[in-house]
Design a protein around this ligand. Structure first.
Ligand code: HDE
Length: 710
């Protein structure tokens, strides 16, 4: 059992009933028969053929043959953890949900974070949207908030989802590329479906390559409704804000981390929880009163639009803490089934056409993935409240429903299970007034495809814009058809002229003045951009600073991985002075040496090496510290990979500190070729180094970093 378990958690207690311990147990068959040989099959003589009679062999092999289930069609690669949610103050003026009114509750949660496009075994560091799904096991039933780490989605109508996913997944003829959007079919599709451009430009931003799952925001994306006890509705957007701030790696690191440790995010989440550094997010809400529904330049029902926080501030109403790793990946993280349709009284849907389609898709997909409508009986999916209804049978029924009746109304079963009364907390759909014709089409209020991508780009810091430009050059550079690149350039030019110019230069092709085929083939044959770019209205913003990672939190070095490079004879006094400060702030010190095993300091003590230089890479750490000690530095100088290690950290704009003789090692690198760098420290105060690590990266170094040939 993981040392971080929380036994007061009601869901943890429920799961305990299903946990199985193997300590001091005898091996048996599935029927409980004790087995004394699981290594040899039953044969007709020592060198004879295996007998069909061998039921031990048959059970073992057959069970193995069937142990896979289909991976999720999207979000196949994911990592999960248990925890709880606490409410700061009641928001009963908006919602009657117990989770939003009762501040004494600690609601159990299970969260699963994922990439979208890659298979189950693909790299964590793909350029991709991240799934951010949270199951709240509330006293009124389970509520699933199934969101992403970006506040908008690619498409406006669920019916386009198969097209989007077929375009981004590996191309069907050659099953290439894995976990990557940088290929022809994706850009062929998005360049003909301009509603994708907002999410598309977020995908080019650093949000798509998080430093850690613990350092990314989450968004419910759709506008939902909150319903109070008077039956009044307020529109709401849900946000998750990470306590550690929003931070990303660079693309060069992402590519290298994918080779050095493709489980980087999964490991990071697991290790943080095991070490007691529990990840935390605050839950925020943006509330829009019913009467303000049409006050915005965009439609609240359009999931390709966000409400800038500058227009409607996010109110922080509670906090999620993840404090327990799963006991078993398959049983919990793989079998967990999230459904946007799982809501509780006090929360309701809107007519967002993407959300409406999702309400069908998720239940449907669990049926093929988990194999039965009884998937709610799987331990991780069981609500913490009782379930009684007349649904019966199907594969893998785990319960024994008693009684003569399985229908309603009945008299033979005493009328049970009886209907809940409203005052008992029965769910009641919001009574939205509808007066409409049945149509297959889309509201004109969804047709602005360019204002918000432009707002996003304009709101980024220079270094973020630079990363985004490079991402476009990389992604479009991987497309092999020039007409696709040209269409994209034409569209980027409608978002930002300067960006388009730079991307065109990187691609070595010109921005076309016009395109022959219609701009948006998904919603009608029309090449008139003006139609998709309405004139500015009163509420239009030129800049939304909250969209930039430059304005996130930079106040903690907790869980930051510090590579301490040492050889035998390193200075213990330097080491102690620096690491005491860093450890005090909950940073993680990793000793990296020319060899594994133990390393000796200049005081003759042995210290455990966390990684030999042969087994690790610079990209796995947030900062480097090198203590003095002549023998130690001589040993490091002999192993050239340490030089590469430091140069790479410099290239990735990380903080580097050295003491005494360690400066000689820096002289072998590119680090000292550049003057004045606010994140390079020679014989400096540990506190200053700490502050530089908390800033995540020294982006002011970016121009110099580009000159480093590693
Ligand atoms: Fe999903 N999505 N999605 N999606 N989605 C799935 O359900 C789907 C969308 C999201 O960790 C699938 O259980 C449709 C938006 C997450 O288990 C599937 C549409 C958002 C996860 C599915 C969308 C998401 C999924 C695959 C367009 C953010 C992983 C396996 C209407 C708000 C949950 C499964 C986990 C998973 C369908 C769009 C987030 C196929 C049809 C928008 C985080 O049902």
């Amino acid at each position: 059992m993981s040392k971080t378990s929380n036994d007061k958690n009601k869901k943890t207690a429920d799961l305990k009933k299903f946990e199985k311990d193997y300590e001091n147990k005898t091996l048996t068959t599935n029927q409980g028969l004790k087995v004394n040989d699981t290594n040899n099959s039953l044969k007709s003589g020592e060198r004879g053929s295996t007998l069909l009679e061998d039921f031990l062999l048959r059970e073992k092999i057959s069970s193995f043959d069937h142990e896979r289930i289909p991976e999720r069609i999207v979000h196949a690669r994911g990592s999960g953890a248990h925890g709880y949610f606490e409410l700061y103050d009641s928001i009963e003026q908006y919602s009657k949900a117990g989770i939003f009114t009762d501040t004494t509750r600690k609601t159990p949660v299970f969260a699963r974070f994922s990439t979208v496009a890659g298979s189950k075994g693909s790299t964590d560091l793909a350029r991709d949207v991240r799934g951010f799904a949270v199951k709240f096991y509330t006293e009124e039933g389970t509520w699933d908030l199934v969101g992403n780490n970006m506040p908008i989605f690619f498409i406006q109508d669920a019916i386009k989802f198969p097209d989007l996913i077929h375009a981004v997944k590996p191309e069907p003829n050659k099953e290439i590329p894995q976990a990557a959007s940088a290929h022809d079919t994706f850009y062929d599709f998005v360049s003909r479906t301009t509603e994708t451009m907002h999410n598309q430009i977020w995908l080019m931003s650093d949000r798509a390559i998080p430093r850690s799952l613990r350092m990314m925001e989450g968004f419910g994306i759709h506008t939902f409704r909150l319903i109070n006890d008077k039956g009044e509705s307020h529109f709401v957007k849900f946000h998750w804000k990470p306590k550690l701030g929003v931070h990303s790696v660079t693309w060069d690191e992402a590519v290298k981390i994918s080779g050095a440790d493709s489980d980087f995010h999964r490991r990071d989440l697991w290790d943080a929880i095991e070490s007691g550094q529990f990840p935390e997010w605050e839950l925020g809400i943006q509330i829009v009163p019913q009467e303000d529904e049409h006050k915005f330049d965009f439609d609240l029902l359009d999931p390709t639009k966000l409400i800038p926080e500058e227009m409607v501030p996010v109110q922080l109403i509670g906090k999620m803490t993840l404090n327990r790793n799963p006991e078993n990946f398959f049983a919990e993280t793989e079998q967990v089934a999230f459904l946007p349709g799982h809501i509780v009284p006090g929360i309701d849907f809107t007519n967002d056409p993407l959300l409406q389609g999702r309400l069908f898709s998720y239940r449907d997909t669990q049926l093929s993935r988990l194999g039965s409508p009884n998937f709610h009986q799987i331990p991780i999916n069981r609500p913490v409240v009782d379930v009684h209804n007349n649904q019966r049978d199907a594969q893998m029924q785990m319960e024994i429903p008693k009684g003569q009746t399985a229908y309603f109304p009945n008299s033979l079963g005493g009328g049970c299970p009886h209907l809940a009364k409203m005052e008992e907390g029965a769910f009641h759909s919001y009574e939205e007034r509808i007066d409409a014709k049945k149509i297959r089409g889309r509201s004109a209020s969804f047709s602005d495809h360019f204002s918000q991508p432009a707002l996003f780009y304009q709101s980024l810091a220079k270094w973020e814009q630079e990363h985004l430009k490079e991402a476009y050059i990389f992604e479009l550079g991987k497309c092999t058809h020039q007409h696709i690149q040209e269409r994209m350039l034409y569209i980027i030019d409608k978002i930002n002229k300067d960006l388009a110019k730079k991307v065109a230069k990187g691609l070595g092709i010109a921005i076309p003045k016009s395109i022959e085929e219609p701009l948006n083939q998904a919603i009608g044959a029309d090449a008139d951009v003006a139609k998709f770019q309405p004139s500015k209205k009163i509420h239009y913003l030129d800049d939304a600073p909250t969209l930039s990672q430059a304005n996130t939190k930079f106040d903690s070095i907790a869980t930051r991985q510090i590579a301490v490079l040492v050889g035998d004879g390193f200075s213990m006094s330097d080491f102690k002075k620096m690491t005491a400060v860093l450890k005090n702030e909950a940073a993680v010190i990793k000793i990296i040496a020319p060899h594994g095993g133990q390393i000796k300091c200049d005081e003759g003590m042995e210290h455990k090496v966390d990684a030999s230089i042969a087994t690790t890479e610079s990209v796995l750490y947030d900062a480097i510290y090198i203590p003095g000690g002549k023998a130690s530095i001589d040993a490091l100088m002999k192993e050239k990979k340490f030089i590469k290690f430091i140069n790479e950290a410099f290239k990735h704009c990380k903080a580097i500190a050295v003491d005494h003789e360690a400066k000689q090692l820096l002289e072998e690198t590119y680090v000292l070729d550049f003057e004045e760098d606010e994140a390079i420290f020679i014989d400096a105060k540990p506190q200053d180094f700490k502050k530089a690590i908390a800033k995540h990266r020294n982006w002011n170094r970016m121009e110099n970093a580009k000159k480093i040939p590693v």
